[in-house]
Design a protein around this ligand. Structure first.
Ligand SMILES: [Zn+2]
Length: 94
């Protein structure tokens, strides 16, 4: 998937991740706000998924995209500007 401390996730990855979370959350009645990152689950053990993905968790944008997907919409993913201390190049798409 990439190292989002070093690369920026692509729009397609962000959209797919939102849809991937939306489906079981809707099917099993799990509130999107309960979604956590790998780092949240294992504090101090990993930076996964990296700062340029975690930013969208921290500011609520990812949950907004998940809710769009839950509503049957195509998540309107619009990555923000690069973080001041973050990666600037998007992940290469083969
Ligand atoms: Zn991980």
């Amino acid at each position: 998937m990439g190292d989002f401390d070093l690369q920026r996730p692509s729009v397609a990855q962000l959209r797919s991740a939102a849809k991937l979370v939306a489906w079981p959350s809707a099917a099993h009645g799990i509130a999107p706000a309960r979604v956590r990152t790998h780092q949240d689950a294992t504090p101090g053990q990993t930076n996964c998924p990296g700062k340029d993905f975690r930013r969208y968790m921290s500011d609520g944008q990812f949950l907004f995209w998940v809710n769009e997907a839950r509503d049957g919409l195509e998540p309107a993913v619009a990555p923000g500007l690069p973080l001041p201390d973050g990666p600037t190049a998007p992940i290469a798409v083969p």
